[in-house]
Design a protein around this ligand. Structure first.
Ligand SMILES: [Zn+2]
Length: 346
């Protein structure tokens, strides 16, 4: 049988690698053939004769492009040491991340600048959780001012750019100042939910619990199925009791469809929470970094480093890959990503 037909030729053949592709329940030695930048075939034995270029990867794992759903890549000059976005083509692709979601760096006031000057010119695929606060993290003051939380405008932008905007972000609101009539406890969350309802998209929440807005109310009442709490292993979250037992309400929230994302960050991954939680069967749905210029030289470094921490505290490798590919893909409504299925982007 002829093997040189157009149908059966490949541009690149990755030979003999250990393929982990949880979307297709693959975990073993496989060849991967690529043509026109798309996955053409994944099989135990693909003939080298069919490929223009063959790379022996028998000492390596071959996995789908990683998806990091919490980073900051919109770059702006910070005047007070607040976080600054990093450069995805320099800082993400080298650690295997091909898709990232900027988590609320920009609100609607800066979205077009973000799109035209960063997203459209990046080789890394950049998607966006748009901040419910008009000035995002650029004008930090708007994250504190309920008058600057604009559900209708935010939802309108999200609908207009639904190929880029995958959800709404609420963050950093009134962390420790005293409450007053202009700053009700749930303002940021409620407005983000309102926007999410209007454009039918999930919200991602960076939350700071206080007595007037307890964590249990967030995950058991406020968040809807598909909404995401990021930084789940952060210090302020009561996810395990003093003896290290995972609170029942964490599983109850998962049952409701609430998604828990790791969101490592500069200070949001506490081994004292992560180790007993994972041991007790409470595993974050997705692994993400919260990478920005302030934590790129530590403690985050990159996605691989965060994945390695999960591996080292007992998450099996297959699950680590799953929670860095197919699961985040599902969370952002992009099941075409995070997989080596035939026809998907290589
Ligand atoms: Zn963040």
């Amino acid at each position: 049988m002829a093997i040189n037909s157009e149908e059966e030729s490949y541009d690149l053949l990755l030979k003999g690698g250990h393929v982990i592709d949880p979307a297709n329940q693959i975990d073993g030695k496989m060849d991967v053939a690529i043509k026109d930048k798309k996955i053409k075939q994944v099989a135990k034995e693909i003939s080298s004769e069919k490929a223009t270029k063959v790379v022996n990867v028998s000492d390596y794992y071959v996995v789908p492009g990683l998806i990091d759903i919490h980073t900051h890549v919109y770059r702006f000059q910070s005047s007070n040491g607040y976080i600054e976005g990093m450069v995805p083509d320099a800082h993400l692709i080298s650690s295997g991340v091909t898709t990232t979601v900027d988590a609320g760096t920009a609100g609607w006031r800066h979205f077009i600048d973000f799109k035209e000057n960063f997203i459209d010119t990046s080789r890394t695929r950049i998607l966006v959780y748009i901040n419910i606060a008009s000035g995002g993290m650029v004008l930090q003051s708007t994250e504190q001012d309920p008058k600057e939380l604009h559900p209708k405008i935010t939802a309108g932008i999200a609908e207009s750019y639904s190929d880029i905007i995958v959800g709404i972000k609420a963050a950093h609101y009134w962390v420790n100042q005293p409450w007053d009539s202009e700053h009700p406890p749930w303002a940021s969350i409620d407005k983000a939910l309102e926007a999410g309802d209007l454009c039918n998209k999930p919200i991602m929440v960076d939350f700071w619990p206080r007595p007037e807005r307890p964590y249990t109310e967030l995950i058991l009442k406020k968040l809807r199925s598909g909404d995401i709490h990021t930084h789940v292993f952060g210090r302020p979250f009561p996810i395990v009791d003093k003896s290290g037992k995972v609170y029942d309400y964490m599983f109850e929230a998962k049952e409701r469809g609430v998604i828990f994302d790791l969101g490592h960050g500069a200070g949001s991954f506490w081994f004292r929470n992560a180790i007993p939680a994972i041991k007790g069967g409470f595993v974050p749905d997705s692994i993400s970094t919260d990478l920005h210029m302030g934590n790129i030289n530590g403690p985050v470094v990159n996605m691989i480093n965060v994945m390695s921490k999960c591996l080292s505290i007992g998450m099996p490798l297959y699950e680590v890959i799953m929670r860095s590919t197919v699961t985040p893909a599902k969370e952002i409504g992009r099941s075409d990503l995070g997989t080596l299925s035939v026809g998907s982007e290589a």
